[in-house]
Design a protein around this ligand. Structure first.
Ligand SMILES: *Cc1c(COP(=O)(O)O)cnc(C)c1O
Length: 462
């Protein structure tokens, strides 16, 4: 019996061991990501440019590439104690079913009512809005996880919360909308006639089902034109990756209790926040030349921003209101065909992750098809008991594939993946898979070319 056989199924840090500071990987990066540009002037954005959009402290975090650690404010830490530390689980039952010599660990972030890791950033963003004396915040939500998380956070700090929810999701996923409303949020299906961009979209197509990019435009428009409001975003931004580092810091500390360190680290990537957060402290070791874990980002084949996108400056929204970020992108006008991983349907990718991928520190991006993803999800549910969110199941698919490779080669690798959320609100997707009617959508090169054609011209700066 090897000493690793004694590792418990679940490892919780104590409340005292919750990290007291977030980790900012930007301070360690060899090549800084390219500056975020003002959409009009193409000059790097300044704090002054961003202050009408985001809370002051979040603007500072967004532009901070100096401080490795940023203290977690005491009220946020208090809130974290309601649902953190999240468990680090050794997937012993899955290992047994796969008959793999690999040791598989997952960090489970679905144990709070909003159902995903997004609460880690939502509570921080709501806190900074509150301390700045704002009346409220606006945001967009696709499948609804971010809107649910922000609603919880705003409910706690007694802030007004206005959510623009992609129309098709609001119709198909009424339960998440009800959660948001229960916590006091105001939910508007997008496109709506409450904003200029929404009215324009509806004029072009009265039956528009909406997209994340369009909902972002609406939420930004309302924030900058309403006194005492700011906009919030649940992924992609540097500030969000900073807040999500709590996942990686906890995971690293828990693994260290057993002398474990991942050979392979896997995360699903929508806008890159959970992977960026899980990976951050391990990436620091890699950048410092201390360890060399292999990092794998997993995305849906239907929205392949890293595997088939371009590394280019692009808008973060469809309405082209937001600054330009240099990132892997399919083009802000790209609308992915429907798939069940709503949280992975964004056209772009975190500039931090994009730069790390471009420089080869983030080793690999892998696109997977949703029927394969749901097969892995069901295998996982049956063996480990836990029903994963479709987004999370992308990481499970690749963890299973890597564990099976270890079975072939006999290598005892340590695999760590992020299990970002619960699948309770995605039962329609499971039903489709159960009924054998789930399809895989893969955009053609022509589909992608249409998205690339809309990329902004930045020849003046590049
Ligand atoms: C939003 C979401 C994701 C994807 O977002 P990232 O910013 O890439 O982490 C993944 N899983 C779940 C459950 C989500 O809600």
């Amino acid at each position: 019996m090897s000493e690793k056989d004694n590792i418990p199924y679940k490892t919780y840090l104590t409340e005292e061991e919750i990290p007291k500071a977030w980790y900012n990987i930007r301070a360690e990066m060899k090549t800084a990501h390219r500056p975020i540009l003002h959409p009009g002037t193409h000059k790097p954005v300044t704090e002054d440019d961003l202050r009408p959009v985001f809370c002051d402290e979040l603007v500072r975090q967004e532009l901070n590439d100096k401080d490795s650690y940023i203290e977690i404010p005491a009220p946020v830490l208090d809130f974290y104690r309601m649902y953190r530390p999240s468990p680090l689980i050794r997937a012993r039952f899955l290992e047994r079913v796969l008959q793999t010599p690999a040791r598989i660990y997952y960090k489970y972030e679905g144990g709070n009512t909003s159902g995903s890791h997004k609460l880690n950033s939502a509570i921080a963003q709501a806190y900074y809005a509150k301390t700045q004396g704002l009346k409220g915040v606006t945001t967009e939500t696709g499948a609804g996880q971010w809107g649910a998380a922000l609603s919880m956070a705003c409910g706690y700090f007694d802030l007004d919360c206005r959510v623009y929810m992609v129309r098709i999701s609001a119709e198909q996923k009424p339960y998440r909308k009800i959660i948001m409303e229960t916590y006091g949020a105001n939910v508007t299906p997008s496109p709506s006639n409450t904003t200029n961009i929404g009215r324009k979209m509806l004029k072009e197509n009265p039956n528009a089902t909406g997209s994340l990019g369009c909902a972002i435009s609406e939420a930004v428009e309302v924030a900058v034109s309403t006194d005492g409001y700011r906009y919030t975003l649940g992924s992609v931004l540097n500030q969000v990756l900073i807040h999500q580092s709590v996942i990686g810091l906890e995971a690293k500390a828990a693994l260290a209790k057993y002398g474990e360190y991942p050979d392979i680290l896997i995360g699903c990537a929508g806008g890159g926040s959970n992977l960026g957060g899980l990976m951050a402290p391990f990436m620091a070791d890699k950048l410092a030349g201390k360890r060399s874990p292999r990092f794998i980002a997993v995305e849906p084949a239907s929205c392949p921003s890293m595997t088939r996108g371009k590394f280019a400056y692009d808008f973060c929204d469809t309405g082209m209101l937001t600054p330009l970020a240099k990132m892997y992108t399919l083009g802000a006008s790209f609308i992915p065909s429907s798939n069940h991983a709503g949280g992975l349907r964004y056209h772009g990718m975190s500039p931090i992750l994009s730069q790390l991928y471009h420089d080869g520190y983030l080793d690999e991006a892998r696109a997977v098809e949703q029927t394969d993803v749901f097969e892995a999800a069901k295998l996982f549910a049956k063996s480990e008991g836990l029903l994963p969110a479709p987004e999370s199941a992308h990481a499970i698919r690749v963890a299973v594939d890597e564990a099976l490779k270890c079975k072939e080669s006999g290598e005892e690798k340590t695999i760590l993946f992020g299990l970002t959320g619960t699948g309770y609100f995605d039962l329609t997707a499971y039903a489709q898979h159960n009924d054998g009617v789930m399809e895989d959508y893969i955009p053609t090169d022509e589909d992608l070319a249409r998205g690339f054609a809309g990329l902004p011209d930045v020849s003046d700066v590049e």
